[in-house]
Design a protein around this ligand. Structure first.
Ligand SMILES: [Zn+2]
Length: 84
């Protein structure tokens, strides 16, 4: 299946996404965003963060079938191995 992270319309699975607000990983099983089976980034509605940098919602569909999202500004650098 083709992954289209920048599709203009949100995929169906994003509608039930949970906000992962304390850690940047699946709130159910703790898997990192790098292990997600699908990704969708809401580039259409960026928000200005406290530091005046734009941030947007990143949606992840985990392999445990849990959908979650978090702010792009909360994402740790991808070079770092995430162990939540
Ligand atoms: Zn999970």
């Amino acid at each position: 299946m083709m992954l289209d992270a920048f599709a203009p319309t949100p995929p169906e699975w994003t509608r039930q996404a949970i906000h992962a607000y304390d850690r940047f990983c699946c709130p159910k099983c703790g898997a990192s965003s790098l292990e997600a089976v699908q990704v969708w980034i809401n580039r259409r509605s960026p928000v200005l963060g406290e530091d005046r940098r734009r941030k947007w919602q990143e949606f992840y569909l985990c392999h445990c079938s849990c959908a979650w999202w978090a702010w792009s500004s909360d994402r740790p650098p991808t070079v770092v191995k995430i162990n939540c």
